[in-house]
Design a protein around this ligand. Structure first.
Ligand code: SF4
Length: 327
């Protein structure tokens, strides 16, 4: 009986057991023959998170890939440039389940609005569901008032936005084709006018960056009232174009993956020393999450403050904890 059960398990479990029994070595990297069809994406088993203290488990993905190809970005290395959408009906079915637990959702897409027609149909269908949600969009989303209005009306209260740099030459060099630095202030205001807060991202350490970049970034964030931000140090992740270039130029200084957390310098910067880059990054984080800067940026009447005020306090305490560990 036991043997019958065991064989039934072996046959049922398929190639994994077969490999063990045949003593076939496991592969260090498994590569798919083709990208997953988004219609085959299963609904996540969120019940496994119960009792584990997670702040939010209402995360879901509607699209994968990005049509752009920024030099530093690992998204296209991982998901490819072909933008793939999950059928809207399937997303709505998952949202119906989620709204029973929590009316807050985070679409973890890397660029939710790359296919305008898809995004518009998703936002229109979500209108009235009562969700408040966050996701990612490029800054030029501000140039599409109809789509932005639909996002706001469907409950969007914040977007992760990659500003990356205030220097247009650096933006061009990194391939950030969606960004015009001279339009940032005006575009940030459009987000705010639609009730959509911004979690901005600025990559530090591009070849055009010098020690003079840090203070203007802080001043810009305050002038534009950027609700929250991250300031990642340029990190040459495997598969990215920037890694290929820095490797060719002999500028990678560490392959210790523990330091590949966007808070450590793992390459030789061009416009400043590694120590200056690290110090500028640390200063910017401390200054941005100081009480005075938080006051200037977020304590104005705006519907996104409900999410961004706690987010600021969360980032602030995480930065202070990290600083203590490093002392
Ligand atoms: S940084 Fe954003 S826009 Fe650029 S490739 Fe990555 S996901 Fe796409």
């Amino acid at each position: 009986m036991l043997m019958r059960w065991l064989w039934a398990r072996v046959i049922w479990s398929g190639p994994g057991w077969y490999r063990i029994l045949k003593r076939e070595p496991c592969s260090p990297v498994y590569r798919p023959d083709a990208m997953l069809d988004m219609a085959d994406l299963p609904i996540a088993r969120r019940e496994i998170f119960a009792g584990k203290g997670y702040l939010l488990t209402n995360t879901l993905q509607t699209t994968r890939g990005c049509p752009f190809d920024c030099e530093f970005c690992s998204v296209t290395a991982f998901y490819g440039r072909k933008y793939r959408e999950r059928p809207v009906e399937q997303v709505l079915a998952e949202l119906e389940v989620l709204c029973k637990q929590n009316s807050f959702a985070f679409f973890v897409d890397d660029n939710l609005v790359a296919n305008r027609r898809y995004a518009l149909s998703l936002f229109s269908a979500m209108k009235g569901m009562g969700f408040k949600w966050l996701s990612h969009a490029p800054i030029d989303f501000a140039g599409d008032p109809e789509l932005m209005r639909a996002a706001g009306e469907s409950g969007c209260i914040g977007m992760f936005v990659g500003f990356e740099s205030l220097n247009q030459e650096s933006l061009v060099a990194m391939g950030k084709v969606t960004n015009q630095a001279t339009s940032y202030l005006e575009q940030a205001k459009v987000f705010r006018d639609h009730g959509i807060g911004i979690l901005g991202s600025f990559v530090l350490g591009s070849d055009g960056d010098t020690p003079a970049i840090f203070e203007p970034i802080l001043r810009f964030c305050e002038a534009a009232r950027i609700e929250a931000a991250i300031f990642p140090i340029l990190t040459p992740y495997p598969g990215t174009k920037v890694r290929e270039r820095l490797e060719t130029e002999g500028r990678i200084t560490s392959n210790d993956w523990r330091d590949y957390d966007m808070g450590h310098v793992n390459f030789i910067p061009r416009g400043m020393s590694a120590a200056e880059l690290q110090a500028g990054h640390d200063w910017l984080n401390r200054s941005f999450y100081s009480f005075s800067s938080m006051y200037r940026r977020i304590f104005k009447l705006h519907r996104s403050v409900q999410v961004f005020a706690p987010m600021n306090f969360g980032f602030r305490s995480a930065i202070r904890r990290t600083a203590k560990v490093m002392v």
